[in-house]
Design a protein around this ligand. Sequence first.
Ligand code: HEC
Ligand code: HEC
Ligand code: HEC
Ligand code: HEC
Length: 149
Amino acid sequence: MKKGKLISCLAVTAAVFLSATLLAFAAQQPPETITIKPSIWQKTMMPPVTFSHKKHVTEDKIACNQCHMVYKDGKNVWKEGDPVETCDKCHNEPTTKGEFTLSPEKKKLNLKLAFHNLCINCHKKAKTKNPTTKAPIVCAGCHKPAAAK
Ligand code: HEC
Ligand code: HEC
Ligand code: HEC
Ligand code: HEC
Protein backbone atom coordinates (compact mmCIF):
# COMPACT_ATOMS: atom_id res chain seq x y z
CA MET A 1 0.00 0.00 0.00
CA LYS A 2 2.75 2.42 1.00
CA LYS A 3 4.71 1.51 -2.10
CA GLY A 4 1.61 2.01 -4.30
CA LYS A 5 1.10 5.52 -2.92
CA LEU A 6 4.72 6.39 -3.52
CA ILE A 7 4.53 5.20 -7.12
CA SER A 8 1.36 7.15 -7.88
CA CYS A 9 2.87 10.19 -6.21
CA LEU A 10 5.93 9.86 -8.44
CA ALA A 11 3.69 9.41 -11.46
CA VAL A 12 1.79 12.63 -10.68
CA THR A 13 5.06 14.52 -10.13
CA ALA A 14 6.41 13.21 -13.42
CA ALA A 15 3.20 14.17 -15.26
CA VAL A 16 3.25 17.70 -13.81
CA PHE A 17 6.92 18.09 -14.68
CA LEU A 18 6.40 16.76 -18.19
CA SER A 19 3.46 19.04 -18.98
CA ALA A 20 5.32 22.08 -17.60
CA THR A 21 8.27 21.21 -19.84
CA LEU A 22 5.97 20.76 -22.83
CA LEU A 23 4.25 24.06 -22.11
CA ALA A 24 7.56 25.89 -21.85
CA PHE A 25 8.63 24.26 -25.08
CA ALA A 26 5.39 25.22 -26.84
CA ALA A 27 5.70 28.81 -25.59
CA GLN A 28 9.07 29.32 -27.23
CA GLN A 29 8.21 27.80 -30.59
CA PRO A 30 8.39 30.63 -33.11
CA PRO A 31 5.47 31.09 -35.50
CA GLU A 32 6.34 29.62 -38.95
CA THR A 33 5.66 32.83 -40.82
CA ILE A 34 4.60 36.25 -39.63
CA THR A 35 3.49 39.38 -41.34
CA ILE A 36 5.29 42.16 -39.50
CA LYS A 37 2.96 45.11 -38.85
CA PRO A 38 4.17 47.02 -35.80
CA SER A 39 1.32 48.86 -34.08
CA ILE A 40 3.38 52.03 -33.49
CA TRP A 41 3.05 52.75 -37.21
CA GLN A 42 -0.48 53.89 -37.99
CA LYS A 43 0.26 54.56 -41.65
CA THR A 44 2.86 52.72 -43.70
CA MET A 45 4.33 53.46 -47.13
CA MET A 46 5.39 49.96 -48.16
CA PRO A 47 3.55 46.63 -48.29
CA PRO A 48 4.11 44.76 -44.96
CA VAL A 49 6.96 42.24 -44.83
CA THR A 50 6.33 38.54 -44.39
CA PHE A 51 9.08 36.87 -42.40
CA SER A 52 9.69 33.13 -42.27
CA HIS A 53 11.10 31.57 -39.07
CA LYS A 54 10.83 28.24 -40.82
CA LYS A 55 13.28 29.36 -43.47
CA HIS A 56 15.70 31.28 -41.25
CA VAL A 57 15.70 28.97 -38.23
CA THR A 58 15.04 25.52 -39.66
CA GLU A 59 16.68 25.76 -43.08
CA ASP A 60 19.39 28.38 -42.59
CA LYS A 61 20.09 27.42 -38.94
CA ILE A 62 20.28 30.99 -37.68
CA ALA A 63 20.31 31.19 -33.87
CA CYS A 64 17.41 32.97 -32.16
CA ASN A 65 19.72 35.45 -30.44
CA GLN A 66 20.93 36.80 -33.77
CA CYS A 67 17.53 38.52 -33.88
CA HIS A 68 16.02 38.38 -30.38
CA MET A 69 17.73 40.39 -27.70
CA VAL A 70 17.79 41.70 -24.16
CA TYR A 71 20.80 43.88 -23.39
CA LYS A 72 22.63 43.88 -20.08
CA ASP A 73 25.91 45.77 -19.66
CA GLY A 74 26.14 46.18 -23.43
CA LYS A 75 25.78 42.46 -24.11
CA ASN A 76 22.87 40.51 -25.55
CA VAL A 77 21.90 38.08 -22.77
CA TRP A 78 18.70 36.73 -24.36
CA LYS A 79 18.71 32.94 -24.50
CA GLU A 80 16.34 30.37 -25.91
CA GLY A 81 13.38 29.85 -23.58
CA ASP A 82 13.28 33.50 -22.51
CA PRO A 83 10.14 35.44 -23.47
CA VAL A 84 10.24 37.16 -26.85
CA GLU A 85 9.23 40.81 -27.07
CA THR A 86 8.30 42.39 -30.36
CA CYS A 87 10.95 44.79 -31.64
CA ASP A 88 8.78 47.89 -31.13
CA LYS A 89 8.64 47.21 -27.39
CA CYS A 90 12.18 48.66 -27.16
CA HIS A 91 12.83 50.23 -30.56
CA ASN A 92 9.91 52.62 -30.19
CA GLU A 93 11.16 55.71 -32.05
CA PRO A 94 8.63 55.79 -34.93
CA THR A 95 10.26 58.02 -37.62
CA THR A 96 10.03 56.40 -41.07
CA LYS A 97 11.11 59.39 -43.19
CA GLY A 98 14.53 60.97 -42.73
CA GLU A 99 15.50 58.55 -39.95
CA PHE A 100 19.17 58.87 -40.98
CA THR A 101 19.20 62.46 -39.70
CA LEU A 102 18.15 61.50 -36.15
CA SER A 103 20.65 61.84 -33.28
CA PRO A 104 22.77 58.72 -32.63
CA GLU A 105 20.70 57.97 -29.49
CA LYS A 106 17.41 58.17 -31.36
CA LYS A 107 18.79 56.15 -34.27
CA LYS A 108 19.40 53.24 -31.90
CA LEU A 109 15.78 53.41 -30.82
CA ASN A 110 14.39 53.94 -34.32
CA LEU A 111 12.21 51.01 -35.37
CA LYS A 112 12.71 51.25 -39.12
CA LEU A 113 16.51 51.28 -38.73
CA ALA A 114 16.32 48.36 -36.28
CA PHE A 115 14.57 46.20 -38.87
CA HIS A 116 16.61 47.38 -41.85
CA ASN A 117 19.95 47.08 -40.04
CA LEU A 118 19.16 43.59 -38.78
CA CYS A 119 17.66 42.15 -41.96
CA ILE A 120 19.58 43.94 -44.72
CA ASN A 121 23.05 43.80 -43.09
CA CYS A 122 22.86 40.03 -42.75
CA HIS A 123 21.52 39.62 -46.28
CA LYS A 124 24.40 41.72 -47.62
CA LYS A 125 26.88 39.50 -45.78
CA ALA A 126 25.12 36.41 -47.13
CA LYS A 127 25.40 37.81 -50.64
CA THR A 128 29.12 38.49 -50.25
CA LYS A 129 29.66 34.89 -49.20
CA ASN A 130 27.36 33.39 -51.79
CA PRO A 131 26.32 35.54 -54.76
CA THR A 132 23.44 33.20 -55.64
CA THR A 133 21.78 33.42 -52.20
CA LYS A 134 18.04 34.06 -52.14
CA ALA A 135 18.46 36.60 -49.32
CA PRO A 136 16.82 39.74 -50.76
CA ILE A 137 18.43 43.18 -50.67
CA VAL A 138 16.08 45.10 -52.98
CA CYS A 139 12.94 46.69 -51.53
CA ALA A 140 10.46 44.47 -53.35
CA GLY A 141 12.29 41.32 -52.20
CA CYS A 142 10.97 41.97 -48.68
CA HIS A 143 8.11 44.43 -49.23
CA LYS A 144 6.20 42.23 -51.66
CA PRO A 145 3.06 43.68 -53.16
CA ALA A 146 0.08 41.57 -51.99
CA ALA A 147 -0.59 40.17 -55.47
CA ALA A 148 3.00 38.92 -55.88
CA LYS A 149 3.15 36.77 -52.70
C1 HEC B 1 15.69 42.44 -46.05
C2 HEC B 1 14.33 42.93 -45.98
C3 HEC B 1 14.03 44.38 -46.32
C4 HEC B 1 14.47 45.09 -47.41
C5 HEC B 1 15.40 44.64 -48.54
C6 HEC B 1 13.87 46.40 -47.28
N1 HEC B 1 13.07 46.46 -46.16
FE1 HEC B 1 11.95 48.05 -45.56
N2 HEC B 1 11.38 47.03 -43.89
C7 HEC B 1 11.70 45.72 -43.62
C8 HEC B 1 11.02 45.30 -42.41
C9 HEC B 1 11.08 43.93 -41.78
C10 HEC B 1 10.28 46.42 -41.97
C11 HEC B 1 9.37 46.48 -40.74
C12 HEC B 1 8.11 45.66 -40.93
C13 HEC B 1 7.13 46.17 -41.95
O1 HEC B 1 7.07 47.39 -42.19
O2 HEC B 1 6.37 45.33 -42.49
C14 HEC B 1 10.54 47.50 -42.91
C15 HEC B 1 9.99 48.79 -42.82
C16 HEC B 1 10.11 49.76 -43.78
C17 HEC B 1 9.47 51.07 -43.73
C18 HEC B 1 8.62 51.60 -42.58
C19 HEC B 1 7.19 51.10 -42.70
C20 HEC B 1 6.46 51.67 -43.90
O3 HEC B 1 6.09 50.86 -44.79
O4 HEC B 1 6.24 52.89 -43.98
C21 HEC B 1 9.78 51.72 -44.88
C22 HEC B 1 9.33 53.11 -45.31
C23 HEC B 1 10.64 50.83 -45.66
N3 HEC B 1 10.82 49.65 -44.94
C24 HEC B 1 11.15 51.12 -46.90
C25 HEC B 1 12.03 50.31 -47.61
C26 HEC B 1 12.65 50.69 -48.88
C27 HEC B 1 12.34 51.98 -49.65
C28 HEC B 1 13.47 49.66 -49.25
C29 HEC B 1 14.41 49.58 -50.46
C30 HEC B 1 15.36 50.68 -50.57
C31 HEC B 1 13.38 48.63 -48.20
N4 HEC B 1 12.49 49.08 -47.24
C32 HEC B 1 14.05 47.43 -48.21
C33 HEC B 1 12.50 44.90 -44.38
C34 HEC B 1 13.15 45.24 -45.55
C1 HEC C 1 16.51 36.07 -38.60
C2 HEC C 1 15.82 36.68 -37.48
C3 HEC C 1 15.09 35.81 -36.48
C4 HEC C 1 15.50 34.61 -35.94
C5 HEC C 1 16.76 33.83 -36.21
C6 HEC C 1 14.45 34.22 -35.01
N1 HEC C 1 13.46 35.16 -35.00
FE1 HEC C 1 11.77 35.10 -33.86
N2 HEC C 1 11.10 36.81 -34.78
C7 HEC C 1 11.82 37.58 -35.66
C8 HEC C 1 11.06 38.75 -36.01
C9 HEC C 1 11.50 39.85 -36.95
C10 HEC C 1 9.84 38.68 -35.30
C11 HEC C 1 8.71 39.70 -35.32
C12 HEC C 1 8.99 40.75 -34.28
C13 HEC C 1 7.99 41.87 -34.28
O1 HEC C 1 6.83 41.67 -34.72
O2 HEC C 1 8.34 42.97 -33.81
C14 HEC C 1 9.89 37.43 -34.53
C15 HEC C 1 8.87 36.98 -33.68
C16 HEC C 1 8.98 35.89 -32.83
C17 HEC C 1 7.96 35.47 -31.89
C18 HEC C 1 6.60 36.12 -31.74
C19 HEC C 1 6.67 37.30 -30.81
C20 HEC C 1 5.34 38.02 -30.69
O3 HEC C 1 4.97 38.37 -29.56
O4 HEC C 1 4.69 38.26 -31.72
C21 HEC C 1 8.47 34.39 -31.20
C22 HEC C 1 7.78 33.60 -30.09
C23 HEC C 1 9.79 34.14 -31.73
N3 HEC C 1 10.08 35.07 -32.72
C24 HEC C 1 10.64 33.16 -31.27
C25 HEC C 1 11.85 32.81 -31.88
C26 HEC C 1 12.68 31.67 -31.46
C27 HEC C 1 12.37 30.75 -30.29
C28 HEC C 1 13.73 31.63 -32.31
C29 HEC C 1 14.84 30.59 -32.39
C30 HEC C 1 14.40 29.20 -32.46
C31 HEC C 1 13.59 32.75 -33.24
N4 HEC C 1 12.44 33.43 -32.94
C32 HEC C 1 14.50 33.07 -34.24
C33 HEC C 1 13.08 37.29 -36.15
C34 HEC C 1 13.81 36.15 -35.87
C1 HEC D 1 14.21 44.21 -24.77
C2 HEC D 1 14.52 45.33 -25.64
C3 HEC D 1 14.84 45.05 -27.10
C4 HEC D 1 14.12 44.28 -27.99
C5 HEC D 1 12.83 43.51 -27.75
C6 HEC D 1 14.81 44.39 -29.26
N1 HEC D 1 15.91 45.20 -29.14
FE1 HEC D 1 17.26 45.63 -30.60
N2 HEC D 1 18.44 46.57 -29.25
C7 HEC D 1 18.10 46.80 -27.92
C8 HEC D 1 19.22 47.48 -27.27
C9 HEC D 1 19.25 47.94 -25.82
C10 HEC D 1 20.24 47.59 -28.24
C11 HEC D 1 21.66 48.14 -28.05
C12 HEC D 1 21.72 49.58 -28.35
C13 HEC D 1 23.12 50.06 -28.05
O1 HEC D 1 24.03 49.68 -28.79
O2 HEC D 1 23.24 50.78 -27.08
C14 HEC D 1 19.70 47.01 -29.47
C15 HEC D 1 20.41 46.96 -30.67
C16 HEC D 1 19.87 46.56 -31.88
C17 HEC D 1 20.56 46.62 -33.15
C18 HEC D 1 22.00 47.07 -33.35
C19 HEC D 1 22.10 48.54 -33.29
C20 HEC D 1 22.23 49.17 -34.63
O3 HEC D 1 21.84 50.37 -34.76
O4 HEC D 1 22.69 48.51 -35.58
C21 HEC D 1 19.67 46.19 -34.11
C22 HEC D 1 19.93 46.10 -35.60
C23 HEC D 1 18.44 45.82 -33.42
N3 HEC D 1 18.60 46.06 -32.07
C24 HEC D 1 17.29 45.34 -34.03
C25 HEC D 1 16.22 44.76 -33.34
C26 HEC D 1 15.12 44.01 -33.96
C27 HEC D 1 14.89 43.88 -35.44
C28 HEC D 1 14.34 43.53 -32.94
C29 HEC D 1 13.14 42.60 -33.04
C30 HEC D 1 13.38 41.33 -33.74
C31 HEC D 1 14.92 44.00 -31.70
N4 HEC D 1 16.05 44.73 -31.98
C32 HEC D 1 14.39 43.78 -30.42
C33 HEC D 1 16.93 46.47 -27.30
C34 HEC D 1 15.96 45.62 -27.84
C1 HEC E 1 21.66 36.46 -39.59
C2 HEC E 1 21.27 36.52 -40.98
C3 HEC E 1 19.88 36.92 -41.39
C4 HEC E 1 19.04 37.81 -40.79
C5 HEC E 1 19.26 38.60 -39.51
C6 HEC E 1 17.85 37.88 -41.62
N1 HEC E 1 17.96 37.06 -42.70
FE1 HEC E 1 16.59 36.80 -44.20
N2 HEC E 1 17.77 35.42 -45.06
C7 HEC E 1 19.04 35.04 -44.64
C8 HEC E 1 19.60 34.08 -45.56
C9 HEC E 1 20.99 33.43 -45.45
C10 HEC E 1 18.63 33.89 -46.57
C11 HEC E 1 18.78 33.06 -47.85
C12 HEC E 1 18.37 31.66 -47.74
C13 HEC E 1 18.56 30.91 -49.05
O1 HEC E 1 19.37 31.32 -49.91
O2 HEC E 1 17.85 29.94 -49.20
C14 HEC E 1 17.49 34.74 -46.22
C15 HEC E 1 16.33 34.81 -46.98
C16 HEC E 1 15.30 35.70 -46.76
C17 HEC E 1 14.14 35.87 -47.62
C18 HEC E 1 13.86 35.10 -48.90
C19 HEC E 1 13.38 33.73 -48.59
C20 HEC E 1 11.95 33.72 -48.25
O3 HEC E 1 11.61 33.61 -47.06
O4 HEC E 1 11.15 33.81 -49.17
C21 HEC E 1 13.36 36.85 -47.06
C22 HEC E 1 12.04 37.41 -47.60
C23 HEC E 1 14.03 37.29 -45.86
N3 HEC E 1 15.20 36.58 -45.71
C24 HEC E 1 13.57 38.28 -45.02
C25 HEC E 1 14.20 38.68 -43.85
C26 HEC E 1 13.70 39.71 -42.95
C27 HEC E 1 12.42 40.50 -43.18
C28 HEC E 1 14.60 39.82 -41.93
C29 HEC E 1 14.56 40.74 -40.74
C30 HEC E 1 13.37 40.68 -39.89
C31 HEC E 1 15.66 38.86 -42.19
N4 HEC E 1 15.40 38.20 -43.35
C32 HEC E 1 16.76 38.70 -41.36
C33 HEC E 1 19.69 35.52 -43.53
C34 HEC E 1 19.20 36.44 -42.61
